[in-house]
Design a protein around this ligand. Structure first.
Ligand SMILES: *[C@@H]1O[C@H](CO)[C@@H](O)[C@H](O)[C@H]1NC(C)=O
Ligand SMILES: *[C@@H]1O[C@H](CO)[C@@H](O)[C@H](O)[C@H]1NC(C)=O
Ligand SMILES: *[C@@H]1O[C@H](CO)[C@@H](O)[C@H](O)[C@H]1NC(C)=O
Length: 549
C-alpha cells in the first residue's frame, strides 16, 4: 500500500521534472527532517501535559499524526540511536551500550545505516547535534556538525547556533539540487549536572543570559514553579524531584523553540511543502523506571510525523503499535529505496515497517500487535540484560541476569538518602523492589498501567482471561501448522516467527533423541506440540524466552 501510494505520487510529480532527475528515483520524493530529543518524554502539550509549554512541537503535531503507542527498542542513548539509524535492535547491530569515551561500543562493520544508504542513492545527508554512534565509516553523513568536531552544547543546545548550521546545510542542499535527510539531534533536555553542574541539573541556565551563563539570542526561557509541575506516577513526590522536573521543563522550552527555528529555516529554504518531518526521542526520561528500563516510562516515546502529501492525516492521533525501528524503513519508503535485508537482517524480528501508510489511514486494530525490546548495557559497568515483548495489553520482561541488583543511572536523587535514613518515601515502589527484580515480569498494562503487579506465576495452568495472549500464541502456531500461513497482522506474524525459531532448537533435540520418526515431525510441528502440551502461560513465556535470548 505504501508503495502504491508513493508510486502514484511519484508519477504525478514526474510530469513536471526533467529527464536527468527522472533517472534518480530519490529526487522525486522530497526530503526528510528528523528532530530527535535527548531523553525527551511526554512533557509536551501535544501529549496532554498541561504545564510544560511547547507551542512549536504542538503546532507540528497539528500538521501531522501523533502516535500514542510508539516505543523504542532499547532504552539507552547510543543503542537507541544505532537502532533508529539501522532499523535493527541493539543485539543485532552490535551497539550494546554507549559509544562515547570509555564505554566504546560500536556497531558491526557489516551493518548499513540510513545516512550511508541514502548517500549511495544520491540523497544529501546531514547531522547537527549529538551523534554518539560509530564506527564513523558505518554512520557517515555528508555534512556533520556534532560533538566530534564541536562542543556538544553548541551543536546540541545552542538553538541560535543550530539555526545557523541548519541554514548552512539547507543552502548547500539547494545548491546541489539534491533531496536531503537532515537529522537534528538535540542534546536537550538531557541532564548535565554530572558534566556541567554550573548550568544546573538539566543545563537549564546555559545561555539564559544570567550572569556567567552566556546568551542564546533566540531563546526565551520559560521558568516553572516546582510545586506546579505535572508529576508522573513513577517519580517520587518530593521537593528534590519536583525541582528537577521544573528544571527539565525549562530545558524543554529551549528544545521546543529550537524545533520552531529549524522549521522556520526549512520554510525559508523553500522546503516546508516537500519534507517529511519526524519528531521523537531516543529513550525514556532520566528518572527512576525511565531511561535504561523496560518499563513503559523507559520504552514509550513521543512520535509525531508530519507529511506534506495531500492525503496525509492532519491533527490526528494514531493508536498503531509502532517501534522506532520503523523510522529507517519509513524514510527509505519515502525515498523509494528498499530496506537492506542482506546487511541488516531483520527477517526474524518482524518489527521494522514503513509508517507511511499510517499517515493516510489508521491500520486495523488488533490485540495481537506487538513491539519488542532488548537491553544489554547503558554505561559499560551497567550490564543488565533484558528482553521484552509488549502487546497492547501485556508486557513480558525477561531479566536474564536477575540475581544481581539493577544498575542505577544518575537518577535516584533523594531515594537513596530517604531510604538510608528511614525517612518517608512517597514513591510507588521500594528501593529494594527496584534493585532486585524477578527473572520474569508479566504485566497486564490495561489493568495495571504502572506495572506494579507481576502476574508471572500467578495464573499457571488456570483458565482465565489473563491467558488470552497465550491462547493467541497457540492459535497462531496452530494456524501456521495447518498451512494457513501467518500473514495476518503484526504480532500474529511476530509470534509465528518466534514460534518458528523456537522450533529450531526443539527440533535439534528431538532429532537427537528419537531418530528418523521425530525427524519427520521436526521444525515447526515440534514447537506447536510443545506449546499444546504445556500450560498456556508457560508456553507463551517459553516462546518469547527462547526466541529472544
Ligand atoms: C547518482 O547520480 C549519479 C550522477 O548524477 C548517477 O550516475 C547515478 O546513477 C546516481 N545513482 C543512483 C543510485 O541513483
Ligand atoms: C550561541 O551561538 C551563537 C551563534 O553562534 C553565539 O553568538 C552565542 O554566543 C552562543 N551562546 C552560547 C551560550 O554559547
Ligand atoms: C544525600 O545525602 C548526601 C550525603 O549526606 C548529600 O551530600 C546529598 O546532598 C543528599 N542528596 C539529596 C538529594 O538529598
Amino acid at each position: 500500500m505504501a508503495y502504491k501510494t508513493s508510486t502514484v505520487y511519484n508519477l504525478i510529480i514526474c510530469f513536471f521534472i526533467t529527464d536527468t532527475v527522472l533517472s534518480d528515483k530519490a529526487a522525486t520524493s522530497g526530503n526528510v527532517l528528523i528532530l530527535l530529543a535527548d531523553d525527551g518524554g511526554f512533557e509536551l502539550g501535544a501529549y496532554m501535559n498541561k504545564i510544560c509549554q511547547t507551542p512549536n512541537i504542538d503546532a507540528l503535531a497539528k500538521r501531522g499524526v501523533v502516535f500514542n503507542n510508539a516505543f523504542t527498542s532499547v532504552s539507552s542513548c547510543s543503542p537507541s540511536r544505532a537502532a533508529l539509524l539501522t532499523g535493527t535492535p541493539s543485539h543485532q547491530n552490535g551497539m550494546y551500550g554507549l559509544h562515547r569515551t570509555v564505554h566504546h561500543f560500536n556497531s558491526f562493520d557489516t551493518v548499513t545505516s540510513l545516512p550511508n544508504l541514502l548517500s549511495a542513492h544520491n540523497v544529501t545527508t546531514g547531522i547537527i547535534g549529538k551523534k554518539d554512534v560509530g564506527p564513523a565509516a558505518q554512520y557517515k553523513f555528508d555534512y556533520e556538525q556534532t560533538e566530534e568536531n564541536n562542543r556538544v552544547n553548541q551543536v546540541g543546545r545552542n538553538i541560535t547556533h543550530i539555526k545557523l548550521l541548519t541554514r548552512e546545510f539547507l543552502a548547500k542542499a539547494n545548491r546541489d539540487q539534491k533531496p536531503f535527510l537532515l537529522y537534528i539531534s538535540f542534546h536537550d533536555p538531557h541532564r548535565c549536572g554530572h558534566t556541567d553542574p554550573q548550568f544546573g541539573p538539566f543545563c537549564e541556565r546555559f545561555g539564559s543570559g544570567e550572569e556567567g551563563m552566556g546568551l542564546i539570542p533566540d531563546w526565551h526561557p520559560i521558568y516553572y514553579q516546582w510545586e506546579q509541575v505535572q508529576l508522573p506516577y513513577f517519580i517520587q513526590d518530593t521537593e528534590a524531584a519536583r525541582r528537577d522536573i521544573a528544571a527539565q521543563y525549562t530545558t524543554i522550552s529551549r528544545l521546543d523553540q529550537g524545533v520552531g527555528l529549524v522549521l522556520q529555516e526549512l520554510q525559508s529554504a523553500g522546503h516546508a511543502d516537500d519534507t517529511l518531518v519526524i519528531y521523537s526521542s531516543d529513550n525514556g526520561i532520566p528518572f527512576p523506571s525511565g531511561r535504561t528500563n523496560m518499563y513503559d516510562p523507559g520504552l514509550r516515546e513521543p512520535l509525531i510525523i508530519s507529511s506534506p502529501r495531500p492525503r496525509s492525516r492532519k491533527n490526528e492521533a494514531s493508536f498503531a503499535m509502532v517501534s522506532l525501528l520503523d523510522v529507517m524503513p519509513t524514510v527509505l519508503d519515502w525515498f523509494g529505496i528498499p530496506f537492506p535485508q542482506e546487511t541488516n537482517d531483520i527477517s526474524q524480528t518482524d518489527t521494522a515497517k514503513s509508517l507511511l501508510p499510517i499517515l493516510e489511514k489508521e491500520p486495523p486494530y488488533s490485540e495481537d500487535d506487538a513491539v519488542f525490546a532488548s537491553q544489554t548495557h547503558h554505561e559499560v559497568t551497567m550490564y543488565y540484560p533484558m528482553r521484552a515483548v509488549r502487546t497492547r495489553r501485556y508486557k513480558l520482561i525477561h531479566n536474564l541476569n536477575f540475581g544481581m541488583p539493577f544498575p542505577i543511572d544518575q537518577d535516584l536523587y533523594d531515594l537513596l538518602n530517604r531510604t538510608a535514613s528511614k525517612q518517608p518515601l512517597p514513591w510507588y515502589k521500594t528501593l529494594e523492589q527496584y534493585y532486585y527484580r524477578p527473572q520474569w515480569e508479566l504485566y497486564d498494562i490495561r489493568a495495571d498501567p504502572a506495572e506494579t503487579r507481576n502476574l508471572h506465576g500467578k495464573y499457571m495452568g488456570r483458565t482465565s482471561d489473563k491467558l488470552a495472549p497465550c491462547r493467541r500464541a497457540n492459535r497462531v502456531v496452530a494456524r501456521r501448522q495447518a498451512g494457513a500461513g501467518a500473514r495476518g497482522g503484526g504480532a500474529a506474524r511476530a509470534l509465528a516467527a518466534l514460534a518458528a525459531r523456537v522450533g529450531r532448537p526443539l527440533a535439534v533435540r528431538a532429532r537427537r533423541r528419537a531418530g528418523a520418526r521425530a525427524r519427520r515431525r521436526a521444525r515447526l510441528p515440534s514447537a506447536a506440540a510443545s506449546l499444546a502440551h504445556s500450560a498456556p502461560t508457560r508456553a507463551f513465556i517459553l516462546l518469547v524466552l527462547r526466541s529472544h535470548v
